[in-house]
Design a protein around this ligand. Sequence first.
Ligand SMILES: [Zn+2]
Length: 170
Amino acid sequence: MTVSSADLVRRNAAFATTGAFAGLPFPASDTLRVLGCVDSRVDPGDVLGLKLGEGVVMRNIGGRVTPETLRSWALLGRLGQGQPPSGHLVILHQTDCGTRRLTGFPGQLAAFFEIPEDKLASKAVEDPYASVRVDVTIARHALPPGLLVSGVVYDVDTGLIEVTDPATQE
Ligand SMILES: [Zn+2]
C-alpha cells in the first residue's frame, strides 16, 4: 500500500484544520517518554492513545534499549534545562515483533545491540516478555533514578497492552 505525497498533503491539511497543534509547550523533563518498535502496526501514539505533545516517542527496531538509544536519551536530556528526568519512561515491545525474523542475520543484529554475536541470546529477541524485562533492567540502571521505567507488551492480535514490568512507584 503506497501513500503518495499528495495523499499526505491532503491528510495534513485536514489535520491542520483541527488546531490540535496550537500552543503546545515544548517537551519538559517530566514529559512521558516512550520507546517502541518501528513496526507500522504498533505506532505508540495510536496504541497508547497519546495526544499530540503528550509523549516523547522514540522508535527503533524492536523498541530496544541499545547504546544508541541511551546516547540519544542523554543528548535529549540536555534540553531539560539542567533538570534531571522526573517522569515516566515506557518501553513498549510487541508480540510478532520483526526482530524474531532477523535471527538469521546475527552479525547485523549483534552490531545493532553493540554486543558480540555470542551474547545475542541475552537480548531475548524471540520473546517480547523477556526482551522487555531485559531492556527495563538496562534502563533502570543507566538512567537517573528519578525516572520511573515501565515495561509493556502489546499484543498485535488483541490490541491490548499488558504492563509486565510496572514502574516501582506506580
Ligand atoms: Zn517490532
